[in-house]
Write a protein that binds this ligand. Structure first.
Ligand code: SAH
Ligand code: SF4
Length: 347
């Protein structure tokens, strides 16, 4: 019988873990030892924490868990560079996590919600609707699943992108707590420069992460450079119009002195013409910005086509006239539906 009252250790910050163990009469250094077993040695079982007193190990075994979700399906792309895992959570919800192994990088694309409430028309997650927020432990657990797998072959997670299922700034607290855990220098120690949070443009969330000086890189999904064009693809554009969104983005770059990334899904005949490229150029001119262009990936609920290479290059050339650097994101993992916006976990 699983112990449902048990504490998920992946839910806890180091101070919270210290507090829990203090309540059990343990000195602070014990919490630090447990933390290192979790995030330096990736143990899957508290019994393996061999430098702890036996009584403490027994209590941890009885009252805590280290769940990573039940693995329902694992798919590897034909080129072997992308792995997608489908997890079933204890309440029956499904989420997907993707590992991309390109050259020396080991990038994890993690989910922050089961489903998504934002309803972007071309996104498989948006098409399925919102189920629920993930807990801190469920977000950290995705990282730990792959951290363990990589460690077994002498590798480690180098980058994290919060671009899986869900809108991270709609689940702000849990997302930030999970990031604090994976960035902690006594544990996984993934540097903030190697973590990118992508948002559909939740203005209060952008304002808050700016005020809190969250160190991660920020990417904002635009897809349209006027409110009308954007709202056709991204319904939240009605709630947070471009005027407000761009003001929040400018504050972010000037307050924190950081570059900001913008994402633009290129859809043939929809938002990929020279007029749209000029509108985007005018919107971003003068900002310390980089544009990531993502040729549309296929999803069941939307029948648009991706922009072809030549048109994508023409779009980039227009952006360059405004001094805006851009890259066209490589399409990978499409054969296992692990590309941007393809995570749906529909079973
Ligand atoms: N909710 C966040 C992060 C997840 S999606 C956000 O929307 O930013 C990561 C990126 O993939 C976003 O820019 C999103 O708009 C884009 N995307 C969604 N569906 C896509 C699709 N079918 N093809 C290409 N990109 C897509
Ligand atoms: Fe949600 Fe992002 Fe998909 Fe939009 S693109 S539905 S915000 S996951």
């Amino acid at each position: 019988m699983p112990n449902t009252a048990a504490v998920n250790l992946y839910d806890l910050s180091l101070p919270a873990l210290t507090e829990l163990l203090a309540a059990w009469g343990q000195p602070a250094f014990r919490a630090r030892q447990v933390w290192e077993w979790l995030y330096r040695h990736f143990v899957a079982d508290t019994a393996a924490m061999t430098n702890l007193p036996a009584a403490l190990r027994q209590r941890l075994a009885a009252e805590t868990t280290l769940p990573i979700g039940e693995i329902v399906l694992r798919q590897d792309s034909r080129d072997g560079q992308t792995t997608k895992v489908l997890f079933r959570l204890p309440d029956g919800q499904f989420i997907e996590t993707v590992l991309m192994a390109y050259e020396k990088r080991r990038t994890l694309c993690i989910s922050t919600q089961a489903g998504c409430a934002m309803g972007c028309v071309f996104c498989a997650t948006g098409q399925m609707g919102f189920m629920r927020h993930l807990t801190v432990g469920e977000i950290v657990g995705q990282v730990m699943f792959f951290a363990r797998q990589l460690a077994a072959r002498g590798e480690h997670v180098t980058n994290i992108v919060m671009m899986g299922m869900g809108e991270p700034l709609h689940n702000y607290e849990a997302t930030m707590a999970a990031l604090d855990t994976v960035m902690d220098h006594r544990g996984l120690a993934i540097g903030p420069r190697f973590i990118t949070l992508s948002t559909v443009g939740v203005v209060p969330g952008i304002r808050r992460l700016t005020a809190e000086r969250r160190p991660v890189r920020l990417a904002v999904s635009l897809h349209g450079a006027t409110d009308e064009e954007r709202a056709r693809l991204v319904p939240p554009a009605r709630r947070w119009p471009l005027g407000e969104l761009m003001a929040a983005c400018r504050d972010y770059t000037t307050t924190l002195g950081r570059r900001i990334f913008f994402e633009w899904t290129l859809i043939d005949g929809q938002n990929d013409g020279p007029a749209q490229a000029h509108a985007l150029g005018r919107l971003l001119a003068g900002m310390d910005a980089h544009v990531n262009l993502i040729p549309l990936n296929p999803t069941l609920g939307y029948d648009g086509r991706p922009t072809a290479g030549a048109a994508a290059r023409a779009f980039q050339a227009v952006l360059a006239e405004y001094g805006l650097p851009s890259t066209v994101r490589q399409r990978r993992g499409i054969d296992v539906a692990a590309g941007c916006g393809q995570l749906a976990a529909a079973r």
